[in-house]
Design a protein around this ligand. Structure first.
Ligand code: NDP
Length: 332
């Protein structure tokens, strides 16, 4: 906008990520602001209205959400719901004429992802995925190293992301989550493998870990090891788990290595290379991510994290499950 007015963002689903990361980040953003909320929980609506000075008419629930169409305060709808709800709310937002940011994983099936992209295209609205690490200085350096071959050709990527999850959460329900740790945090390993090599993988092999806690992991995998093979010959060795903390990214290239440990948190990422400390600062990834999207809308630029990237990753994740199930190398 020419008048310098900030674009209005409505957060859909006021869970942990919205409350602890996105809403605080929206206080730091320059080009967008928290203007509305969509929630199924009355008490949250009251609390958020007060805390963030949100007027009554900018508060929606899941039933009256489509009325957001008539609200000029809302430019961007940010879908922060359980994974299997992403498609429905992204499509409804697009039909309401809003630009959309959708959290990862974009969808739980390829068909859903395709429909989300189509709905946004037909509505002439932009769609981006909440891939915050594309706005993080350490990860941006890894992308640069791949582009410039700073350390020569890349041979191997090691990417691990896992946590010890609480029982009784939607992330353990297949219907809502679409899968286990692979869908939730393994996606960071896939993302990192692709931008750290600057290549698209040609195939995947995978091995599901043994379940040692049948109570928690009735519906989804407990852990997964998988390998992505790239055209250059580089291989990414990835691991994820809901029963073990791990958080690392390491790249081995012909002329050296570089690694992040921890690699994927909101802050406190630490990087070093075979030359020494990376010496980079941590920033508000979410503020940069949302400001960049607002900037793309205002200046009619393409987002670096479009729906197509989200769909690409869903395909890789689903192929990884297939590889684990069949024991075969699955072409991508
Ligand atoms: P939470 O469980 O903390 O919150 C989800 C919210 O969704 C709930 O609080 C609720 O909000 C709403 N909701 C609506 N229907 C349901 C339902 N059937 N079951 C549970 N919740 C429901 O999840 P997170 O905030 O951790 O995750 C939300 C999304 O964000 C996920 O897709 C996740 O992958 C993604 N995420 C991304 C991160 C990133 O770094 N990019 C980090 C963390 C999460 P209400 O009460 O307002 O209706």
């Amino acid at each position: 906008r020419q008048d310098g007015k900030k674009l209005g963002v409505a957060l859909v689903g006021l869970g942990k990520y919205s409350a602890e990361e996105l809403a605080p980040a929206l206080k730091e953003t320059q080009r967008c602001r928290l203007a509305g909320i969509v929630t199924g929980t009355r008490e949250k609506a009251d609390k958020w209205k007060q805390r963030y000075s949100i007027p009554d008419q900018n508060v929606y629930n899941y039933e009256n959400f489509d009325e957001i169409k008539n609200n000029p305060d809302i430019d961007i709808v940010y879908v922060v719901l359980p994974n299997s709800m992403h498609a429905e709310y992204t499509i409804r937002a697009a039909k309401a004429g809003k630009h959309v940011i959708c959290e990862k994983p974009m969808a739980v099936t390829v068909k859903e992802g395709e429909e989300m992209i189509k709905a946004c295209r037909e509505a002439n609205r932009m769609l981006s995925i909440g891939y915050r690490l594309h706005f993080e200085p350490h990860h941006l350096s890894f992308m640069e190293f791949a582009k410039k071959k700073t350390y020569g050709p890349i041979k191997k990527v090691i990417a691990d992301d896992g946590m010890d999850i609480d029982p009784n959460v939607w992330r353990l329900e297949k219907r809502l989550a679409g899968g286990g740790p692979l869908m939730d945090v393994g996606i960071y390993c896939v993302q990192a493998a692709l931008y750290s090599t600057g290549e698209l993988p040609v195939s995947v092999t995978a091995q599901e870990g043994k379940k040692t806690d049948m109570e928690r992991f009735k519906e989804v995998e407990q852990s997964m090891d998988w390998q992505l093979q790239f055209p250059s010959g580089a291989v990414a060795h990835c691991r994820t788990s809901y029963a073990e903390d791990m958080n690392k990214l390491r790249v081995e290239a012909q002329k050296g290595w570089y690694e992040l440990d921890p690699a994927y948190p909101y802050s406190g990422i630490k990087g070093k290379t075979s030359q020494g400390d990376m010496g980079l600062k941590n920033v508000s990834q979410q503020a940069r991510q949302m400001d960049d999207f607002a900037d793309c809308i205002i200046n009619k630029k393409k987002t670096r994290v479009p729906g197509e990237m989200g769909l690409r990753d869903v395909k890789i994740l689903l192929a990884t499950y297939e590889a684990a199930r069949t024991g075969k190398k699955v072409p991508l």
